[in-house]
Ligand binder design. Structure first.
Ligand code: NDP
Ligand code: 8X3
Length: 250
C-alpha cells in the first residue's frame, strides 16, 4: 500500500514497485489521478487497486481496510508517504489552519494508517512499514517550526515502533530525503507557481525516482536486516543551510 500515490515520491514508488512485480493498493484523495496511474501501471501486469482515502479521516481508513479484507487482500508493505507542508512562517505569525493540516496529515494520518495495518502484519509475523520522513526531522530550519516538528515526530514514531516490534519479523524503516523536486512546494505555497519554482531553481535536486530507489533498497534487504533510518540528500545539499545553488540568469 502506497499512501499519497498521486504525485511526487509516492507516484514514483508506485511505478518502481509495479516494475518489480509488486501488487499495489494506491491511496490518496484525487481519484482521477489514481485512476490514470492505475491504467498506466496495468501494462506491468501487477494487480493495482485504488481507493480515494484522506489519511486524516480515521473512519475512511477503517472502511478502506474493510474493503480490502472483503477482497481477501492483505498488506505486506506499507509506504507511509502522504504528507505536506503548508506555509513558511515564523511561529509567532503562522496559522492554526496550516498547522492542523500538517499535524493531521503527517502525524495523525500516518498513525491512522499504521494502526490499522500493523496488527495484521504482527498476526502474520511478516511485513515492512516504510515511513517517508525528511531532513526536516533531523535539523530544524527558520520558519520550518511545525513542519519540522511533524517530521521529528515521524522519526520518533519509527524508532518507538521498532521497540514495540522487537521479537517479531515486522520491520519499520524511515527514508528521509533532502530537497526533492515534486509538487511539495506548490502545495506549501498554495499554488503559487513562481514561488514554488524558485525553491528548485539552480539546484540539482533529488528527483522522486531517487527516493523510490532508496525505498526499493530498504525493502529488498534480507529479512535479518532492518534499516532504521536512511537520510538521502542531493549531492549539492549537505544540510538545510548548506546548498550549492547555481546563479540563474533572469
Ligand atoms: P507531493 O505534493 O508531490 O505529493 C504528496 C502526496 O501526498 C500526493 O499524492 C497527495 O495526494 C498526498 N496527500 C497529501 N495529503 C493527503 C491526505 N490527507 N490523504 C491522502 N493523501 C494525501 O509531495 P512529495 O512527493 O514531495 O511528498 C511526499 C512525502 O515526502 C511527504 O511526506 C513529504 O513531507 C516528504 N518529503 C518531501 C520532500 C521534498 O523536498 N519534496 C523532502 C523530504 C520529505 P492527494 O493530494 O491526491 O491526496
Ligand atoms: C521537505 C524538505 O527542506 O523543505 O521535507 O523541509 S524541506
Amino acid at each position: 500500500m502506497v499512501t499519497g500515490a498521486t504525485a511526487g515520491i509516492g507516484e514514483a514508488c508506485a511505478r518502481t514497485l509495479a516494475e518489480a512485480g509488486v501488487n499495489l493498493v494506491l491511496i490518496a484523495r484525487r481519484s482521477d489521478r489514481l485512476g490514470a496511474l492505475a491504467g498506466e501501471l496495468a501494462a506491468t501486469g501487477v494487480d493495482v487497486r485504488t481507493r480515494a482515502v484522506d489519511v486524516r479521516d480515521r473512519d475512511g481508513v477503517t472502511r478502506c481496510m474493510e474493503w480490502l479484507d472483503g477482497q481477501g487482500v492483505t498488506v505486506d508493505i506499507l509506504l507511509n508517504n502522504a504528507g505536506l507542508a503548508r506555509g513558511l512562517d515564523t511561529f509567532q505569525e503562522g496559522s492554526h489552519e496550516d498547522w492542523d493540516d500538517m499535524i493531521d496529515t503527517n502525524v495523525k494520518g500516518l498513525i491512522n494508517v499504521t494502526r490499522a495495518i500493523l496488527p495484521g502484519m504482527i498476526a502474520r509475523d511478516s511485513g515492512h512499514v516504510v515511513n517517508i520522513g525528511s531532513i526536516a526531522g533531523h535539523m530544524v530550519y527558520p520558519k520550518g517550526n511545525v513542519y519540522c516538528a511533524t517530521k521529528y515526530a515521524v522519526r520518533a514514531l519509527t524508532d518507538a515502533a521498532n521497540l514495540d516490534l522487537v521479537g517479531t519479523r515486522v520491520r519499520m524503516s524511515s527514508v528521509d530525503p533532502g530537497l526533492v523536486e515534486t509538487e511539495f512546494s506548490l502545495v506549501r505555497f498554495r499554488g503559487d507557481e513562481e514561488r514554488a519554482r524558485t525553491v528548485y531553481e539552480g539546484v540539482d535536486s533529488l528527483m522522486p525516482e531517487d527516493i523510490a530507489d532508496a525505498v526499493y533498497y530498504v525493502l529488498n534487504t534480507r529479512p535479518r536486516v532492518n534499516v532504521l533510518n536512511m537520510l538521502v540528500m542531493p549531492t549539492v545539499q549537505r544540510s538545510p543551510f548548506v546548498m550549492a545553488r547555481e546563479q540563474v540568469a533572469r
